[in-house]
Ligand binder design. Structure first.
Ligand code: 13P
Length: 335
């Protein structure tokens, strides 16, 4: 493990108010998103769409890294360069999703465990040779007041898998993005999200410490502390920001250089405004607060493109605009 390289990559991913473009949708996820827009789910269309994203004008002013899917890291851009080579040429760090998805967790109905540890070390070596310098693994945590979820079992199993993954990443000089996503599904109030997200993060850091993961060489990718989508009581950005910062301040060691949020199904504006408010409120912490959004960066552009060549140039501008406002939010400077 080269700690100097890991620390430098982690810092570069979150510096200068830049954020990360999550463009690593698995085959089933991209298919679902394309089908909603009547876009045929072919390898060519996935290539055209992801080329559109990375060639958006001025993307590198706002984006530090891009998380690729296995197919994309081995694919070429339309101009014939590999995606990692193209990203490096514009000073964006190539990353790779390495988990194999969240699967039903045995004996725990309603909960999931993320798979993908088998053979991970050799896949990681291959991804490094293809240009990846950071990786992503997403654990999914479900809140249900009625069923008393999440169970301790699912928190411990998922935290252990995240820590095993992070350790394998660092052994291969790849910065792990540690992503425990507490889902927004349900009708629970924000106070319960705060309690369960705190517990989740506390267990995740226990396991990272048990396995001697080098905290200065990771990025945490959490969900924000928000009420369930079906909760009748909605909270404003100030409340979401103060709850999220409280949760992070109590559970995330200051050695962690950066926290890059997922958008998790929030509207584009909510994802941006909440990040902005957090950066206004969080002055006392060492970590940078930025974004690693998928839908909140891409969805508007994908919808505008809708598989039509004549929409590509305008769709690129939409991606760029989304990246720009989120970069302003990462500086707390959105007006
Ligand atoms: P969303 O921002 O759409 O939640 O995606 C982020 C991500 O990478 C999920 O793993």
């Amino acid at each position: 493990m080269n700690k100097t390289d890991l620390k430098e990559t982690a810092r570069n991913l979150v510096s200068d108010s830049k954020g990360i473009l999550a463009m690593d949708e698995s085959f089933p996820t991209i298919k679902k998103r394309f089908e909603k827009l009547n876009i045929e789910d072919t390898e060519k269309n996935r290539q055209i769409y992801r080329d559109l994203l990375v060639t958006a004008p001025d993307l590198n002013k706002y984006i530090s890294g891009a998380i690729l899917f296995d197919e994309t890291i081995k694919q070429q851009t339309l101009s014939g360069q590999s995606f990692p080579d193209f990203l490096n040429s514009i000073n964006i760090i190539p990353g790779i999703k390495v988990d194999a998805g969240a699967k039903p967790f045995s004996c725990h109905p309603g909960e999931k465990i993320t798979e993908g540890l088998d053979g991970l070390d050799s896949r990681m070596k291959n991804y490094y040779s293809l240009g990846a310098r950071f990786a992503k693994w997403r654990a999914v945590i479900n809140i249900s007041e009625e069923n008393n979820l999440p169970s301790d079992a699912s928190l411990i199993a998922n935290a252990n898998a995240l820590a095993r993954y992070a350790s394998i990443c660092q052994e291969n000089n790849i910065v792990p993005i540690v992503e425990p996503e507490v889902l927004m599904d349900g009708d629970h109030p924000i106070e319960l999200t705060l309690e369960k997200t705190s517990k989740t993060l506390s267990i995740v850091f226990d396991h990272l410490n048990f396995l001697d993961v080098y905290l200065e060489g990771i990025i945490l990718k959490p969900s924000m502390v928000i009420e369930g989508v079906n909760c009748p009581k909605k909270n404003d950005s100030k409340m979401i920001a103060s709850s999220t910062i409280k949760c992070l301040a109590e559970n995330v060691p200051q050695d962690v250089p950066g926290i890059a949020f997922l958008s998790g199904g929030q509207s584009d504006d909510d994802a941006t405004n909440n990040l902005n408010e957090m950066n206004i409120q969080s002055q006392d912490n060492n970590w940078k607060l930025t974004f690693s959004y998928g839908r909140a960066l891409q969805q508007a552009a994908m919808t505008f493109w809708s598989g039509k060549d004549e929409n590509i140039e305008s769709a690129k501008k939409i991606v760029m605009e989304r990246a720009k406002v989120n970069s302003l939010a990462a500086a707390g400077k959105l007006s």
